[in-house]
Design a binder for this molecule. Structure first.
Ligand code: SF4
Length: 85
């Protein structure tokens, strides 16, 4: 991603992304077995927490280093900050 399209408080889905990282997230999520995939409503709620979090930096969580949309996609993964998701 070039510096010009980085947005500190944005998710990958909100940024111009010549490397298609967000499409990788979409494919990853679609490939997860249903029992491992965070349901849509819970996924949206997780990402809403991230959007309001100081640790979000251009789609990446500065607490764990993950793309938040990737981490939130798995039901068994959790936010590294206690009490978020
Ligand atoms: S600390 Fe939690 S809520 Fe904040 S960006 Fe990371 S995963 Fe999201």
């Amino acid at each position: 991603m070039s510096a010009s399209n980085q947005c500190r408080r944005c998710l990958l889905q909100e940024m111009t992304d010549e490397n298609d990282y967000y499409q990788s997230v979409v494919r990853y999520r679609a490939a997860l077995p249903a029992k491992k995939r965070t349901p849509d409503a819970a996924y949206a709620a997780r990402l809403a927490f991230c959007k309001a979090c100081d640790a979000l930096n251009a789609g990446t969580c500065m607490q764990c280093g993950c793309y938040v949309e990737m981490r939130a996609a798995r039901l068994d993964m959790h936010c590294p900050k206690e009490g978020q998701w």
